[in-house]
Ligand binder design. Sequence first.
Ligand SMILES: [Zn+2]
Ligand SMILES: [Zn+2]
Length: 166
Amino acid sequence: MNCPVCNAEMVEDDFGGLSVDVCKNGCKGIWFDWFELTKLDEKNEGLGNALQEALGYERSNDQHRGPIKCPKCKLPMHEHVYSSAKEINVDECYQCGGFFLDSGELKSIRESSMTDAEREAYAAKLLENIPELAQARDNLEKEKARTQAIRNLTKFFRVSYYTTGK
Ligand SMILES: [Zn+2]
Ligand SMILES: [Zn+2]
């Protein structure tokens, strides 16, 4: 699979118990597969190689890079920006449910010390956006799975995750 930002070949790696695709040869962005996220359970799997490395990258996302296309579906992704002085953004594909995180995003998330309440607010904001697919199919199961995926993704946005693994 090629990176949606810089087109370099992405490499599979471990991320807190998940298998993710990392743009190791390019911009260092991380792709989260929707299915991977939904099967993440609550037990502490450790940080994983990809997460550990991600924390070492300086943030290099271009705020003006414009919309990107899903590396799997080739459809435009939807940007979700968290901006309470913290510019965290993830791109979500409403077709396959995958998420793309720019490099260094996790590092800035950790350093900005997002509180549990802030993380909840961000998850709620993501959930407010109704994906076209779920809407079109009126598929409750799909919507439930998306909720789970978003909750699991934002789990990594919590500072305590890096200290206690929860
Ligand atoms: Zn890249
Ligand atoms: Zn997609």
